[in-house]
Structures are given as structure tokens and as C-alpha cells.
Design a protein around this ligand. Structure first.
Ligand code: UT7
Length: 330
């Protein structure tokens, strides 16, 4: 049997043009530019204005992805969209992307919060390895500003909107996604959630009044879990692939706070200069962070570069993925 690995063959991204700066936030809540930069590393974020859903950004990303790879959307065999801010509960956002681009393949959304894009890559990788799918698109897209409470200074400073997408295709030379470790701890439901809007807690005027339809987290606790769990999982993944930290060319992390990333870097023994960082200009874009980073750093990745992808989010969910890069971008 021929060994197939799933290789990223194109990446694309879309961020809306409007910016929300720290100076803008100073006019909304009791905060300062200095506090935000020192505690999070964020300077500005992109926000999708108006009655537009996550799909509008995802559609742009997938359109651009097809153009870059020189394929028509109709050649795509599956579309997976990782999001916690779908346009609506159903039909799913992946279906809306397919409708806009006239794709009739299998398509579904995946809800694993900020780890969603890694979960999507792992599923897509196995689709490709099965031999039944030749072109699988994984989207990470979120309009986090649609669930942000702009009266809560501890969380409204964090989030931005955006979408990224990658195309996975079979590789027969051992290049691509080589190992993944994804984990969950359901007890995390106590410290990171959006309570209302599902079947257990439908939206009511009272719940709206109490802002239960918006993002909530216990920041300090989430912070500690993010550092310890991502470091431990990444170290396990590196060890079982006989890799030392210094052999990794780039770390592509989900980004909720720059201090979290610096701590993880120390614990996994990878110099911080190898971390691809977009939180300073995009904020925390949830499922979109990793593909947006791949998109912005694409030209610096060379064939056979070793990449470590890491993520942490609600669930709790977290994980790490080791892959080798497949192409030199023009
Ligand atoms: O992507 C999903 C996963 N999410 C994460 O990984 C996020 C993890 N958590 C964090 O990134 C950080 O906990 C935050 C950025 C949310 C908060 O930073 P922190 O350093 O943990 O601050 P803190 O919550 O411990 O608050 C420290 C102080 C408090 O004041 P007192 O009680 O010490 O007087 C807060 O009220 O900072 C105050 N504070 C602020 N001050 C100015 C909190 N938010 C702000 C603010 N501006 N925006």
C-alpha cells in the first residue's frame, strides 16, 4: 500500500478593512493602550462591520485559495469550517460557503473553539489518507466581535474578526501532516463559555439582559491552563517524533495573549523569534488565528521546513500538530 500524507498546498486569508484600535477601546471602557499592550500584546484588531456573518469572510478566503492554487471551487471534495460564530446554528457556515461558490461536496462545521482549526486539519488529514478525497478545504473563521461584551474591559480588548483557509492534497513522499495530539477536558465548561442560544439555555429577554449570549471567561484560570496544557502536549508530541525544540523552524500558535506564547516558548525550548505572531495586529481571532498566520508567513516557509502548530480554547480543548511544509510560495 502507498503511504499517503495530507499536505498543505495553498493558503489564503481574509480580514475586514475596518480597524478597532486600543485608542478606540479607551473611549468604550476604562482601559489604556499601555495596559492592553503590556498584558496582551495587542495593538489593534480587524472588525467586520454591519449585518454580515462569518461566512462573508470565509467565502473571500476560499475564493482566494482556489485562485492561488489554480483550481475551480467545483474540484473541491470536502469543506470543513471551524467556527464558534456561525452565521446561524443551521444550515452551517460551510454550507453557506459552498452555496456562494457553487460547491456541492460534503461540507460541515466543526465546533472546537480556538482549537477548531487543528481539529479540522486532523479530520481532513484522515480524509486524504483514506484515498477517497483529493482536495479538502479547511477553513478557520470567526466573527468574535459578534459575541463580545463591549462593556466588559477584561474581554472586549481581546477579540478581532477574520478567516483563513488551507487546501490539503495527497503527498506520496512523506511531506505534510506527520503527527497530531488533540485533547479535551470537559470541566473547562466552568471557566470559558457562551451560555445562551443553545437548547439548554434558549435566548430569553432575561438572558439577554444578563448578557448570557456573549463570551465569558475566567481569564486568570484560562491563562494557567493554556500555558501548562499546551506546553505539556507539545513536548509529548516533540518527544515521540524524536524532535528537539531547536529543530522546529516555525511555531504557528493560536494566540490569545502574547505572555502565554512566551511562557510556552520557554517550556518547549523554542526561541520566541520562531513564533509567527499576528495577535499584535489582529487580536485573538479564535479559529482563524492559525490559518491567518500561515497566510501571512507563507513566503517565509520553505519546502521541508518543520512546523509546530499549537492551540488552546474553550472545552477545554487543546492540541499540537507537527507537519513539514510542501512548497515555496511565489
Ligand atoms: O482564546 C481563548 C482562550 N483565552 C485565553 O487564553 C485568555 C487567557 N487570559 C488572559 O489572556 C488574561 O487573563 C487577560 C488578558 C484576560 C487578563 O489579563 P491578566 O493579566 O490575567 O489580568 P487580571 O484579570 O488578573 O486583572 C489584573 C487587573 C485587575 O485589577 P485589580 O483587581 O488587580 O485591581 C483587573 O480589573 O487588571 C484589571 N484589568 C484591566 N485594567 C485595565 C482587567 N482588564 C483590564 C483592562 N484595562 N482592559
Amino acid at each position: 500500500m502507498i503511504d499517503i500524507s495530507a499536505c498543505i498546498t495553498a493558503v489564503a486569508g481574509y480580514v475586514p478593512p475596518d480597524k478597532l484600535t486600543n485608542a478606540d477601546l479607551e473611549t468604550l471602557v476604562n482601559t489604556t493602550h499601555e495596559w492592553i499592550v503590556e498584558r496582551t500584546g495587542i495593538h489593534e484588531r480587524r472588525i467586520l462591520k454591519g449585518e454580515k456573518g462569518t461566512s462573508t469572510m470565509a467565502i473571500e478566503a476560499v475564493k482566494c485559495l482556489c485562485e492561488k492554487r489554480g483550481i475551480t471551487p467545483q474540484e473541491i471534495d470536502a469543506v470543513i469550517c471551524a467556527t464558534i460564530t456561525p452565521d446561524m446554528l443551521f444550515p452551517c457556515t460551510a454550507n453557506l460557503v459552498c452555496d456562494a461558490l457553487q460547491i456541492s461536496s460534503l461540507s460541515f462545521d466543526l465546533l472546537a473553539a480556538c482549537t477548531g482549526f487543528l481539529y479540522g486539519l486532523e479530520i481532513a488529514s484522515n480524509f486524504i489518507k483514506s484515498g477517497n478525497y483529493k482536495k479538502v478545504v479547511v477553513i478557520g473563521a470567526d466573527k468574535m466581535t459578534s459575541i463580545t461584551d463591549y462593556e466588559d474591559r477584561t474581554s472586549c480588548i481581546l477579540f478581532g474578526d477574520g478567516a483563513g483557509a488551507v487546501l490539503l492534497e495527497p503527498n506520496y513522499e512523506g511531506v505534510g501532516i506527520l503527527d497530531t495530539l488533540l485533547q479535551t477536558d470537559g470541566k473547562g465548561k466552568e471557566i470559558l463559555y457562551k451560555k445562551a442560544g443553545g437548547s439548554a439555555f434558549p435566548i430569553t429577554p432575561q438572558r439577554l439582559e444578563q448578557k448570557e449570549h456573549l463570551f465569558h471567561q475566567e481569564g486568570r484560570q484560562v491563562y494557567k491552563h493554556a500555558v501548562s496544557r499546551v506546553s505539556s502536549t507539545a513536548n509529548t508530541l516533540l518527544t515521540r517524533n524524536q524532535l528537539k525544540g531547536e529543530e522546529i523552524d516555525f511555531v504557528v500558535p493560536h494566540q490569545a495573549n502574547e505572555r502565554i506564547l512566551a511562557s510556552i516558548g520557554k517550556r518547549i525550548n523554542i526561541p520566541y523569534e520562531r513564533f509567527t505572531i499576528n495577535i499584535d495586529h489582529f487580536g485573538n481571532t479564535a479559529g482563524a488565528t492559525i490559518p491567518l498566520c500561515l497566510w501571512e508567513w507563507e513566503k517565509q516557509f520553505k519546502p521541508h521546513h518543520k512546523l509546530l502548530l499549537t492551540a488552546f480554547g474553550a472545552g477545554l480543548t487543546w492540541g499540537a500538530m507537527y507537519l513539514t511544509w510542501g512548497y515555496a510560495a511565489i
